[in-house]
Design a binder for this molecule. Structure first.
Ligand code: AGP
Length: 346
């Protein structure tokens, strides 16, 4: 068994531990946020952690109504800018807690009077030590280069922060059931493996979604890029109409993370266009109608009117798919060429 596979299967327990570890910090942060008028949130993160942050953008903007921007870190690390972040929350995410540019950004933000919230899997890392509120994922060391359990735990932490901030007890109750539902998807690994066999010759792919699951498309693309060297590119379906669609040819693999709910109609329109040019569609969805349109599909059986937490299930599929694909392609997903577990950029 690869480390990646082992770590994906650790996700349900990891989420439970993560929540217990951070209950106190969650309450403290919620109290702080209620006492301050926050004008915006800035996310500072790289790679997979950045994708968790983009999930944060969608869920914070949808449920809290506070705008969220993604930090352009070179503005600080290379151009020496000092931003006015006095009414902001800076959400800095790094599983290693060693991301140099993220750390420098947080240092600048602290000087400017921002509330700094850090999410790391190393409680003694430099990032963990400088955050006003540090959320320790506590999921055990992640050894595979491809981040999996830390990503799911980052999503879980962000979703809890937002549920507390928005005082959404219904969302907290739904989050409690997530680990058990992820177990149900993990039990279907054989199904995912069969899909991977079908895609064993895949060299390039588009990965599409819209709304809250767009960051999942980004993460699914990163997973197959680094573990399978597939030239995968993710787009929100709205942007895909604006040019990239022209690249689709007959037989081009398009993996679609398409939840039921507010974006289902947009998905259906894109599906029809893709079918007309003969694209090969893998549909990952909880919506029966969308599922039926795919050449192949994987049904996530937890239809939710509100799709804020479907990200967890799509993440599990994306992680399993990349891991299984690496196996059928005969690659070692734990040690991708040219990569290290910790990548420091400035
Ligand atoms: C994840 O699969 C990647 N290997 C990589 O993008 C990673 O997420 C990124 O380097 C960020 O690392 P960090 O979370 O430790 O800062």
């Amino acid at each position: 068994m690869t480390l990646m596979e082992k770590e994906i299967f650790e996700v349900p327990e990891a989420l439970k531990t993560c929540f217990k570890t951070n209950e106190k910090t969650l309450n403290e942060l919620a109290e702080k946020l209620a006492s301050r008028k926050i004008k915006n949130v800035v996310v500072a993160a790289r790679g997979t952690s950045d994708h968790a942050g983009i999930y944060g953008k969608y869920i914070i903007e949808s449920l809290i109504g506070v705008p969220v921007s993604l930090a352009a870190m070179s503005v600080v690390t290379r151009y020496g800018a000092e931003l006015d972040l006095s009414d902001s929350v800076v959400l800095a995410i790094s599983q290693s807690g060693k991301a140099a540019d993220v750390i420098e950004y947080v240092e600048m933000a602290k000087k400017s009077g921002a509330i700094t919230v850090t999410i790391t899997n190393n409680n003694e890392s430099p990032l963990a030590l400088i955050g006003d509120y540090n959320f320790f994922l506590n999921v055990g060391e992640e050894k595979s280069v491809a981040a999996t359990k830390t990503f799911s735990a980052q999503l879980y932490t962000i979703a809890h922060i937002v549920a507390m901030w928005a005082d959404r007890k219904d969302l907290l109750a739904k989050l409690e059931k997530v680990p058990e539902k992820i177990c149900q998807i993990l039990l279907r690994n054989e199904e995912v493996a069969a899909l991977a066999v079908r895609y064993r010759f895949m060299k390039d792919a588009f990965i599409l979604s819209r709304g809250i699951n767009y960051p999942l498309a980004l993460e699914a693309a990163l997973k197959v890029q680094e573990t399978n060297y597939v030239l995968a590119k993710a787009y929100p379906i709205s942007d895909f109409h604006h040019g990239p669609f022209a690249m689709v040819d007959e037989g081009m693999p398009v993996i679609m993370y398409m939840p039921a709910g507010p974006v289902a109609q947009d998905s259906m329109e894109m599906i029809k266009k893709l079918q007309a040019v003969g694209a090969d569609l893998l549909m990952v969805t909880d919506d029966e109608n969308l599922l039926a349109e795919g050449d192949v599909g994987f049904q996530i059986p937890f239809a939710e009117k509100e799709d804020m937490i479907s990200a967890f299930y799509y993440a599990t599929f994306a992680q399993l798919f990349a891991c299984n694909l690496a196996e059928v392609k005969g690659r070692n997903p734990d040690a991708p060429r040219g990569l290290n577990k910790v990548t420091i950029t400035k």
